[in-house]
Write a protein that binds this ligand. Structure first.
Ligand SMILES: N[C@@H](CCC(=O)N[C@@H](CS)C(=O)NCC(=O)O)C(=O)O
Length: 275
C-alpha cells in the first residue's frame, strides 16, 4: 500500500512537488487522475475514478459548481468535501482515506514527514525547518497571484490590474530568492530541501504563461516569464533549471519544463518562417 494517495489532474507541477520529494525520501505515492479536461467526468473521492453508470445515476447528489481553475460542474462526494473542505486538487489522503491533506505545500510537507531515510529534506534542525516553512509560505502568497494570472492568460482575459498585481508578487518572491542565491547554492542549508522543490515547481508552473507572450504584447503588457524572468532574476532562473535537471526532478518537473521549452521553440520557428 502506498504511503500517500494523491488525486489530481495531470500533468500538474503542484503534484510534482510531492513526487520529487518522494524520490528524495523513499516515500511511495499513488497518483490518481487524468487530464484537466477529463476531471469533470470523474468522481472526486478517496476512491476517485471515471464516473460509472451508477455514479451517473446519483450525479445530482455529487454535482457542485467548480470554484477555481475549473468551470461548470464537478462531481465531489460528501466524503471528499469532508476530507477536503476547500474542494481542491491536488487532494492527498492517508492510505486509509481518513485524513485529507490539501494545499500542495502541505502535501509536500507530508511527504517529508513520511520520509524513510535521513536525507535532510526539511532542514537539519528546527531553525532550518522553520526557514523552509518561511519559503513555502512566501511561495503560497506568490502562487495565489500567479494562479490568477495563469488562468487569465489561458482565457485571454489579462487586465492591466491583474498584470500589475502579478508583477508585484513576482518581484517580491523572485527578488527574495535571487538575493539568497547570490550568497548560497540552495535556499536553505547546503542541499536541496522542500524550499527548492517548491520554488522550482512554482517557477515552472509560472513558466506556462510563456505561451501567452504574443497575446500579452498585443495588449501592451510585458510577458513576465521567459526572457523577463531570465534577465531580471538570472540566479533564480538558473536555479530552476539546475534543479529541474537533477535526477529526482527530471522525470516529471524536468520533463514538464522541457515540454514548455519545446513548445516555445516551435512557436518561434514557425514565427520566424512566417516572417
Ligand atoms: N494553492 C492550492 C491551489 C489548488 C487549486 O486551486 N486547485 C484548483 C484547480 S487549479 C481546484 O482544485 N479547483 C476545484 C474547483 O474548481 O472546484 C494548491 O497549491 O494546492
Amino acid at each position: 500500500m502506498a504511503d500517500l494517495r494523491i488525486f489530481s489532474y495531470s500533468p500538474n507541477p503542484r503534484i510534482y512537488k510531492a513526487t520529487v520529494a518522494a524520490r528524495y525520501c523513499d516515500v511511495e505515492i499513488e497518483l490518481r487522475g487524468a487530464s484537466p479536461g477529463e476531471l469533470p467526468g470523474w468522481l472526486w473521492d478517496f476512491d476517485a475514478r471515471p464516473l460509472t453508470d451508477s455514479d451517473r445515476a446519483d450525479a445530482a447528489g455529487t454535482l457542485r459548481e467548480a470554484r477555481e481553475g475549473f468551470q461548470g460542474g464537478l462531481h465531489k462526494t460528501d466524503a471528499f468535501l469532508s476530507a477536503h473542505p476547500f474542494g481542491t486538487v491536488p487532494a492527498a489522503f492517508s492510505p486509509d482515506g481518513r485524513v485529507g491533506i490539501f494545499e500542495s505545500n502541505s502535501i509536500l510537507r507530508a511527504v517529508a514527514r513520511l520520509s524513510k531515510n535521513d536525507y535532510p529534506i526539511y532542514g537539519r534542525d528546527p531553525y532550518e525547518a522553520s526557514r523552509v516553512d518561511s519559503f513555502l509560505d512566501v511561495a503560497l502568497v506568490f502562487s495565489r497571484e500567479s494562479q490568477i494570472f495563469q488562468l487569465a492568460v489561458l482565457r485571454e482575459q489579462v487586465t492591466q490590474a491583474i498584470h500589475a498585481d502579478t508583477c508585484k508578487a513576482f518581484d517580491v518572491y523572485l527578488g527574495g530568492v535571487e538575493s539568497v542565491l547570490a550568497r548560497a547554492d540552495f535556499l536553505v542549508g547546503d542541499c536541496v530541501t522542500l524550499a527548492d522543490i517548491c520554488f522550482t515547481a512554482e517557477a515552472i508552473q509560472f513558466s506556462q504563461t510563456r505561451r501567452g507572450e504574443d497575446m500579452l504584447r498585443a495588449k501592451g503588457l510585458e510577458p513576465l516569464a521567459g526572457e523577463h524572468f531570465e534577465t531580471r532574476y538570472p540566479r533564480a532562473s538558473a536555479h530552476m533549471r539546475r534543479c529541474a535537471a537533477l535526477p529526482e526532478f527530471a522525470p516529471d518537473l524536468g520533463a514538464y519544463l522541457a515540454k514548455i521549452d519545446r513548445k516555445i521553440a516551435a512557436k518561434d520557428r514557425s514565427g520566424n518562417a512566417a516572417g
